[in-house]
Design a binder for this molecule. Sequence first.
Ligand code: AHR
Length: 510
Amino acid sequence: MFHARLSISRDDIVAPVSPRLFGSFVEHMGRSVYTGIYEPGHPTATADGFRQDVLDLVRELNPSLIRYPGGNFVSGFRWEDSVGPDRPTRLDVAWHSVETNEVGLHEFADWAESAGVEIMQAVNLGTRGIAEAAALLEYSNHPAGTALSGQRQANGRTEPFGIRVWCLGNEMDGPWQIGHKTAEEYGRLAAETARVMKWVDPTIELVVAGSSNAEMPTFGSWERTVLEHTAELVDHISLHAYYEEKPGDLGSFLASGVGLDRFIGDVAQIIDEVTVAQGLDKSIGISVDEWNVWYQTRFNEVDKEPLFTGDWNTQPRLIEDEYNVSDAVVVGSLLISLLRNSDRVSMANLAQLVNVIAPIRSEPSGPAWRQTTFFPFALTATAAHGDVLAATIHSDTYDTREHGTVDLSDAAVTATDEEIVLFLVNRSSSDPLTLEVDLAGAPADSVLSAQSLFAPEGGDRFATNTVDHQDTVHPVDLTDVTLADDGTAATVVLPALSWSIVRLAAKAAA
Ligand code: AHR
């Protein structure tokens, strides 16, 4: 049995919980849109062709904002193709696919409304530039009285879409990106695009593209150069982070949150240096607008070549990773890292939503179901409210190849006047961990609920939920939770290799 001690206090607040921390991502890629959220003819299809079964699961997952329509896809996208009655079929060279444009801005906005999510719209700064970005913004947000707003109205939308958050391109630092640029080239283009977009609609928030991952050779210098050009004009800078279990190194994988903490800290430092150097009195948030577990090495080394030299398809099966218990524990601990850093992270998007490295899977004409990673996201997005409290943890440790010595346990805590919620992880793959929680600074009345996700009976950490066995992995009630009579201490026994959530009723202030 391992041990850890956690202390929290209502006086030590990191930041208010931002609902935008629980965003997701729908890219026109693989089966994310077609046979994912949209499938006319499916037994559950709504009148406009969207899948009701998938929509129900999206509502249960509870994302707040959804990035759209890419991703790499956006860097070759002509937005005009996706509105109005004529929808040309085009090659999407980013994913070696055929895009029918059957679903476009209007259809997606209707779907987003029914899912109760805000849209985060990306513009193409790969093959296109200032004029097209400004035109899409005018089409979307200008009330009326111009050719573009009139075109939107003629296409069925009298009121503006009112899209607030806009991404200035996608992963422009990556040589795989259509229209890949140097930091200098992108910084200039992003600045001039930002300037014009804010002239079109001063109420928008702009996200400039940071690094595609922390291992990019340009990481750091990219952020600095891009911000030197854009800091005055943008509100957020993006960061993308994907993690995977490398052969024989479960320990580093389970500590992915340590890598994300460091990545966020490095970007925050560059933001501070540039804003101070420029004498700017503003805060630029970090938009972690793609994060997840993704078995990217397998994709790059095995799947990509045959796919990119094969037939052109409208809905190819692309990166439909099947997630196991360890993957779900890592997703839960990445959410803990995002909460912990919510004084700097302004929004975050689990990439992606359906089928493509996604918490929700669906089969054409068949069922939709929850992957293992669905549960930590849904439970966190639904329970995290109020303030994030600083969570000080003293834990037994272990050694990792990538991150040095790491705590076996990690935690984030949120609190409202009514509720204190503990998000907890035990990274030991062999033993349970007893967590003593010091609640003197945030006393509790009772345990409302406690749930944990860990390997199902038999202890198979590779267990997954599949089309044939959709419910093998799911959270179970955690019985080993005790609260002291005076409410100032609790003890939780966390199962080996687990992610858990404990909801406590807060003691009313005296
Ligand atoms: O989410 C899949 C891909 O990952 C996105 O298209 C791209 O932005 C990133 O490299």
